[in-house]
Design a protein around this ligand. Structure first.
Ligand SMILES: Nc1nc2c(ncn2[C@@H]2O[C@H](COP(=O)(O)OP(=O)(O)OP(=O)(O)O)[C@@H](O)[C@H]2O)c(=O)[nH]1
Ligand SMILES: [Zn+2]
Length: 330
């Protein structure tokens, strides 16, 4: 169905897509003949948009800034006319060309999905946390497939994540047994939430479990190495009951940072805050006397691995050379 103005627009359909007063205000003075619609699917040449009158496909125009799933647009019968200013933008460093690759726009929360059937990679979680803060959204870790492991494995995974990313919200769940899904439902209700994580982590299965029906494609993990097969190939926004929009993303092999050093320091505030107490301004935190970082590691109040992650991610953020912060969101 096309987004055709002759049809009676259904305001409830817009609200189910995450429409609220903010968007209504931004779209109030729209050009005649245009309608608001949200990007629910993106492939490289076209977007599928959903609005009050249904869904339709629109080609991507080079004159517009790059679009992402979750964007709110003004569209007419055959083209995208305008992009409404975003509340958040999740991106990563493009692994082949450098620069930014857009993952999802206007997301409130990002669930970093980890399958408990494989070792939790805390460094990956830390990267995602930085990138989610950069986006202007709130991160949480979703430990899924709890039915496949014992309680001790779960407790160890939680402790590892807490040590690497203190204070991060965690939800343990299983799409198979439904354990923890009510807690997850409460968090996603009324929000736009993106699931990110490696292939085979269980993102699409979670989307289906939350929806109560098969809306996202899933696939068996390869036997032997617990690796996924990259079943999800396009980023897609699914509309669920309870005014929740879920963005399922293809498994990412790499999560190169596309952010600035200040964002890394904000996320690692417990480490970054210490350096002001070092005796020397140019302290390298390796051998200097009166080094607050080394002191904290010695006292056991700072985890050495977390300190090293902070340094690595800072270096990477510096090298990525993103736009200045005021131009990050369009
Ligand atoms: N036992 C169990 N298996 C699960 C659970 N969730 C997912 N799986 C299985 O894990 C495999 C991968 O799940 P998917 O949901 O396709 O993983 P994905 O993260 O979407 O993978 P990509 O689309 O490749 O990024 C499938 O065989 C699922 O059946 C769970 O809670 N318990
Ligand atoms: Zn120092």
């Amino acid at each position: 169905m096309g987004v055709v103005p002759e049809l009676t627009p259904d305001p409830a359909a817009l609200r189910a897509l995450g429409w609220n007063d903010r968007w209504a205000t931004l779209a109030a003075d729209r050009p005649p003949g245009t309608e608001p619609a949200r990007v629910v699917r993106h492939d490289s040449v076209a977007v599928v948009v959903a609005g009050a009158a249904g869904t339709g496909t629109r080609p991507i125009r080079p004159a517009l800034p790059p679009l992402a799933v979750g964007d709110w647009l003004l569209v007419d019968d055959d083209s995208v006319v305008d992009l409404l200013p975003r509340t958040s933008l999740l991106q990563r460093r493009d692994p082949t060309r450098g620069g930014a690759q857009l993952i999802a726009a206007n997301v409130d929360r990002v669930g970093i999905v980890c399958g408990l059937d494989r070792p939790v990679k805390v460094g990956r979680v830390q990267r995602f946390v930085v990138q989610v803060f950069d986006a202007g959204a709130l991160p949480m870790v979703v430990l899924t497939k709890s039915d496949m492991v014992d309680d001790r494995t779960i407790a160890e995974a939680e402790a590892d994540i807490e040590r690497a990313s203190p204070g991060i919200e965690m939800i343990v769940c299983s799409a198979r047994t439904q354990h923890g899904l009510d807690a997850l439902r409460r968090v996603v209700a009324g929000r736009t939430v993106a699931f990110v994580g490696e292939s085979g982590a269980g993102k699409s299965t979670l989307v289906n479990a939350l929806a109560g029906r098969e809306i996202a494609a899933t696939n068996e993990v390869r036997r032997g190495d617990a690796k996924g097969r990259h079943t999800t190939t396009a980023r897609e926004l699914h509309v669920l009951p309870g005014h929740c929009c879920l963005v399922d993303t293809p498994g990412l092999r790499e999560v190169g940072l596309f952010t600035d050093v200040d964002t890394v320091d904000d996320v690692f505030e417990d480490v970054a805050g210490l350096v002001h107490d070092c005796r020397f301004n140019d302290c390298s935190h390796s051998t200097e006397p009166g080094c607050a970082v080394l002191g904290a590691i010695e006292e056991g109040t700072l985890d050495r691995d977390r300190y090293e992650s902070w340094q690595d991610l800072r270096r990477e953020a510096e090298a990525a050379r993103p736009h200045p912060p005021d131009r990050r969101r369009s």
